[in-house]
Every structure is written in C-alpha cells, then in structure tokens.
Design a protein around this ligand. Structure first.
Ligand SMILES: CC(C)(COP(=O)(O)OP(=O)(O)OC[C@H]1O[C@@H](n2cnc3c(N)ncnc32)[C@H](O)[C@@H]1OP(=O)(O)O)[C@@H](O)C(=O)NCCC(=O)NCCS
Length: 285
C-alpha cells in the first residue's frame, strides 16, 4: 500500500502522514479505510483467538472487508479505520477501529456517534496507541458533523480503555462520563460493559438552557450539577441520575414552559443502548 494512494482524507485540521498522529515514541500512524486481505485475515484470526470482548469475534475469522462492512452496516451506519506504521517501503498494521454515526439504524436523533471495535495488534500494545486511535476518531466525528455533533458514545470493558477515556488529556475535548452498564454478547458470553458518553459543550449548553431559571427545585439543581460534572470524568451512572432528576422535575411542572427535548434525547439514547436497569418507558428499538 502506498500512503499517498490510500491514506484517508483527514478531517479538517488534521494533517496526513508523519504529523498526523505522533505518539510518544515519535512513531507516526497512517490511517486508511481500506485494508490488505492478508492483514485483515491476520487481524481477525488474532482477535478470535483472544479472550476479549471485541464484537468481531461474532463475525468470525474469515471474511472480506466488504463482508465485514456489510455485517457492521446491517446494525448501524459504520466506517472502519485501519492504522499503520511505516516499515521501510512497507506498512505494518497497528490497529483497527470503527465509527458509527448512529447507535442503531433506527435511532431517530442525529448527532450521537459511536466509537467501537478498537483492536490494537498484540505486538503494538502498551505503547499508548489507543489514545491516538481515539483522537483520530473524535476528530473524524467533529469533521463530519461539525456543530451538529451532540455526543460520542463508547462501551468500555477493558480498564485500559476506561482509564484513557476518563482521562484522555486531548486538547479541546471533554472527558467521557460514565452513563451506566450495558451488556454485550460476544462469542456466546454476556459481558458487562461500561457505557460512556462525551457530550459536546454546545449540547450541554442547550440542555442547561432547559434548566435555567430561579427557584429551581432540588431535582433541577441536581440535574444541573450532574451535567456540569459530566465532563469531569469522575461521575458514575449519569444516565440514572439524569433520568431520576428529570422525571421529578417533569412531575413538578418544571418543563411546562421549557423545552425538554435535548435531555429526552439523552434518555432515549440510554434506553436504546440499552443500559441495564434503565427504563424511560420507550421501546429499546
Ligand atoms: C484495549 C486495547 C485497545 C488497549 O490498547 P493498548 O495498546 O493495550 O493500550 P495503550 O498502550 O494505548 O494504553 C492505554 C492505557 O492502558 C494502560 N495500559 C497499557 N498496557 C497496560 C497493561 N498491560 N496493564 C495495565 N494497563 C495498561 C496505559 O498505561 C494507558 O493508560 P494511561 O494513558 O492512563 O497511562 C488493546 O489492549 C486491545 O486491542 N485489546 C484487545 C481488544 C479489546 O479488548 N478491545 C476493546 C473492546 S472492543
């Protein structure tokens, strides 16, 4: 593969090539939406042999990129990204990952992206590449959606991922807040997964508009506080906190003259994941 031919056109403000994703060892990553047949086979074989919660274990060890994309897109609109380092004239695959611009094909609200499927090849682990793969995907979401980006979701079963996303240190990006727990079935086994969400400051601002005003009851104060803390990275079970306070605020008439729709979208997202034990009365679609 020649980088000039297949390197992905980057999001605005992200440079291609050596400067694009520089890690601590100064080893640049290149990114592509295509993958060599042998690289993909090798990746899938590694992945199915490993006791990890990666959903491509459900896809299996054989299959082409087109088949994998079709498998992903039956569930939701997804782009796949493959990351490489240069080795002389060759490229060596470091990682694969995905970005979906919806939670499910049927989820009705735009602006809620999902990052998933990150797999770093075993020989490249422990070198800090996860943060770079995360950053690339966040910038991609921002470049695709601009101001329409409301939030970005990640499910994290591995401590290494939750550690990074709650303390990523990426300039210009809030941290991910813990929404609750979701369950993922991988290779026939159900595993609890931490559900996290990063809210854009603009979206948080719009939610807070619905909470502005004097004489707010304690539930509204609680809701404001929860949203304020959502980018601090140390909040737990934000989904339930928002839901309980929101239900109380609605019951006491707070939203009779205010627009609750942005907060309702978040609750709809939580119920559609679905978070374990979370029921906002909607179907999980
Ligand atoms: C989970 C995964 C993507 C993380 O990538 P990685 O290369 O191992 O991790 P990184 O080197 O980027 O480090 C990420 C964090 O984990 C920590 N870490 C790295 N290796 C570690 C280890 N062996 N033990 C404990 N922590 C470790 C790092 O210190 C870093 O945290 P910090 O930035 O706060 O210091 C990778 O291990 C993987 O692909 N695993 C298999 C597939 C999988 O489980 N994918 C996720 C589910 S979809």
């Amino acid at each position: 593969m020649s980088p000039g031919e297949s390197v992905l056109a980057p999001p605005d403000g992200v440079m291609v090539g050596m400067e694009e994703l520089v890690v601590s060892q100064s080893e640049p990553l290149l990114v592509s939406q295509s993958v060599d047949v042998d690289d993909l086979r090798h990746l899938l074989h590694c992945l199915v042999r490993e006791d990890c919660a990666h959903s491509w274990r459900n896809f299996g060890p054989e299959g082409t990129l087109d088949e994998l994309l079709q498998w992903e897109n039956e569930r939701r609109p997804t782009k796949l990204f493959f990351f490489y380092v240069r080795r002389g004239d060759d490229m060596e695959m470091v990682a694969a990952s995905a970005v979906a611009d919806k939670l499910t094909r049927d989820f009705p609200h735009d602006g809620f992206c999902v990052l998933g499927r990150c797999y770093i090849m075993p020989q490249f682990r422990g070198r800090g590449f996860y943060r770079d793969v995360l950053r690339y995907r966040l910038e991609y979401c921002k470049a695709q959606l601009g101001d329409a980006l409301n939030a970005v979701h990640i499910g994290a079963i591995d401590d290494r991922i939750s550690r990074v996303i709650t303390n990523h240190g990426l300039a210009g990006w809030p941290k991910f807040a813990h929404l609750g727990i979701e369950e993922l079935t991988v290779a026939g086994e159900v595993r609890p997964v931490g559900a996290y969400m990063l809210f854009s400051p603009e979206f948080v601002g719009r939610m807070r508009t619905a909470l502005a005003g004097d004489d707010a009851p304690p539930c509204v104060v609680e809701l404001r506080k929860a949203l304020c803390e959502s980018d601090a990275g140390d909040v737990r079970n934000l989904g339930s906190v928002v839901k309980d306070s929101f239900d109380e605020a609605r019951a006491c008439g707070w939203f009779e003259k205010r627009d609750p729709r942005e907060i309702e979208r978040v609750l709809h997202f939580c119920s559609s994941i679905p978070l374990v034990g979370f029921d906002d009365g909607r179907s999980t679609g």
